[in-house]
Design a binder for this molecule. Structure first.
Ligand SMILES: [Zn+2]
Length: 271
């Protein structure tokens, strides 16, 4: 991407970074500096467990206005979710720096936790999204029917949210959009092999319902040319470029729309 134009580029918001991952741990300062230099003005630090949600909150408190946190239990960790954990999460959701409930959802692909344990943890978090009126940061893999059935009533109760790292096809995207959920796009969109269904779906997606995310350290954007190490938030412009190419629009138009969507969804301050 032409970095000469970055000064004029509208600010980006990365709605998913796993700072707690082994690959990114203890690299927060350089990651944030490089993100800022790349035009990524605000970042949501993903919480996938009680411990990582607390880390995300600490990071948000240390970087006010720049980093915000999600707090929740990923379906993989649902087996260790209990009443005590839930009580602690409720305290986290009260914090203003915690802008979303999640990462939560269902993942029947690998079933690191049983589907029943996943549904119990998801159900509790869905009810808290309604109660706190905070948006959901959602994960769904190979569980569309149950996911859809569990979300429908809470969306009817006013819950909002983003299906993060959406990798599905056009029909699934349309089903989520019809429910009122937004779609999070990662570097998956730049993967010419695995990303085929998503790439076919993107041109038809409404620009006012999309969000950009790296999901770092995962999903290094393949359109960036050289792959060096793990993914990081500074690579978000490549995701925007991938979407822009598929939609046949200017990158700045994509960024502007997605930033506005993310700020509105997660109630982030504008600059
Ligand atoms: Zn996820």
């Amino acid at each position: 991407m032409n970095t000469d134009s970055k000064g004029a580029r509208p600010p980006l918001v990365d709605i998913g970074v796993n700072f707690h991952s082994a690959q990114l741990a203890s690299m927060t300062s350089p990651l944030l500096a490089r993100a800022k230099a790349a035009g990524v003005a605000q970042i949501l630090a993903t919480g996938t467990s009680l411990a990582s949600s607390r880390l995300a909150l600490d990071l948000a408190k240390a970087n006010p206005g720049v980093v915000f946190a999600t707090a929740g239990v990923h379906p993989h960790g649902a087996k260790s979710h209990d009443t005590a954990t839930f009580r602690e999460l409720i305290e986290l959701w009260k914090c203003p720096e915690v802008v979303a409930v999640g990462e939560c959802g269902l993942d029947y692909n690998r079933n690191f936790s049983t589907p029943q344990a996943q549904r119990t943890a998801f159900e509790q978090q869905l009810s808290m999204a309604v109660e706190t009126r905070k948006p959901l940061f959602l994960h769904c893999r190979d569980a569309f029917t149950d996911f859809h059935d569990m979300l429908a009533p809470v969306v009817a109760d006013g819950a909002r949210g983003v299906v993060h790292c959406f990798t599905g096809n056009r029909a699934e995207a349309e089903a989520f959009l019809e429910m009122g959920l937004d779609i999070g796009i990662t570097g998956w969109v730049t993967d010419l092999q695995r990303g085929q269904a998503l790439r076919a779906a993107v041109p038809a997606l409404p620009l006012d319902r999309l969000h950009l995310e790296t999901d770092a350290p995962y999903l290094f954007p393949k359109n960036s040319g050289a792959r060096r190490g793990h993914n990081e938030p500074a690579n978000l412009p490549w995701v925007a470029a991938g979407v822009a190419e598929l939609m046949n629009r200017e990158v700045d138009e994509i960024i502007q729309a997605c930033t506005a969507n993310s700020r509105r969804m997660f109630n982030l301050p504008g600059t």
